[in-house]
Structures are given as C-alpha cells and as structure tokens.
Write a protein that binds this ligand. Sequence first.
Ligand SMILES: *[C@@H]1O[C@H](CO)[C@@H](O)[C@H](O)[C@H]1NC(C)=O
Length: 224
Amino acid sequence: MATTSSLLLLLPVIYPITFLFLILLPCHASDPDPLQDFCVADLKSTISINGFPCKPVSAVTSSDFFFDGFTREGNTDGPFSWRLTPGNVLSFPALNTLGISMNRLDFAPGGMNPPHSHPRASEAGVVIQGKLLVGFITTENVFYSKVLGPGEMFVVPRGLVHFQKNVGKGKALAFTAFNSHLAGSVVAAPNLFGATPAVPNDVLTQAFRINNNTVNLIKSKFKS
Ligand SMILES: *[C@@H]1O[C@H](CO)[C@@H](O)[C@H](O)[C@H]1NC(C)=O
C-alpha cells in the first residue's frame, strides 16, 4: 500500500519527464555522438558492431585524417553518364562515428544521379561547375526543384526521394555533404526492379499498374 501511494505522489513528476522524453526522441535523427576524439574505422575487423571498431590509437597516423579521393574527376561512362566518388566511412575510415560524410558528383552533359533516397541522412550540396536540375519529392508527393549554377547550394531533407540532372551544355561538378558517416542510398529503380532475389512480378504489375511484359522489360534493364 505504501509503495502504491508513494508512486501516486510521484505521478506529477513522472508525467512531465515522460512527455519531455517523447518530444526529445525525434531529435536523435542522425548518427549517434562519438564517445572519443576519433575512432578511425578498422574496416577489416571480424567483430560486427553498429558502425566499425576503432583502429588502435598507436596505429593511427596523420594520413588517416586526409583523403585525396576527390582530386580526380570521376569516369562518367555508363548508363546514367555520371559518377559518384564517395567520401564516406568506407573510403575514408577516419569518418567512423563522426556523423558526417561527403560525395563528389561528376556529370557528363545530360548525365543524371537517378532518383534515390538516403535512409540515414539529410543532404546539403553545392554546385561547382555547370548547370544542375536538383529536385526532391515529399511524402505528400509534392515536387520541389530548381536549376542551380556554380556556388549555389541545395538541401534534401532526410529520406526523401531526389535526383540531380545535368541540364547544361558542358560537364557539371557538385559536392554533397551528409549528417551520417554512411548515409546509405536506396536507388528507386534498381531497388525494385534489380533486387536479388527478384521482387515477384505480380507485386510490381499491381504496384505500377503495368503488365507482366513491361515488368520483365524494366527488370532486364536493372539485372544485377
Ligand atoms: C510473367 O513473366 C515471368 C517471366 O517471364 C513468367 O515466368 C510468368 O509466368 C509471367 N506471368 C504471367 C502471369 O504471365
């Protein structure tokens, strides 16, 4: 009895705390905070954790903290005439646990970074060269877009489907930044039509209101 009544007395305290906790929860919509200065990823570790284990501090050198992957122009050969050079935890292990990463995007004329979304990050980007049509679509299916030139910046809210397309006459170059060391990318078309094992045809015919032959045709374009 004594414990029940003391619990009742605590209710005015517990309610506001629970409420505060619930409002604060959505604030954690990015990578967790680091618990030390750095944790250069040991990508070869056999231990599996959320993120990557740290390389021993004694083995860390200056070169771990610098990355020259963006000094080279990406090869834009391929079906979409563009190239993404990632500066994420996999190519630049010093980013491990720091909650940030960047990409270099090279586009041939007409090239496109096809519609995709990042499950773990919002994206900010800046155009360095050329003319890019940048657009994203909201959960309400509203399309926001603009053609950007050098020095102009854009943002894509976390998880929303977006693309960039070179609409200029020459090459285009842009850099993007993410609030995750590995933002992840779900590329819409290959995700649905190039998955392994394949998504059943009757799911796709029904979802897209198209016939079986059309599904087979699209699948043939995204064979992994
Ligand atoms: C749809 O195409 C697949 C692959 O060719 C085939 O195996 C399947 O029988 C077809 N389904 C229908 C309903 O025609």
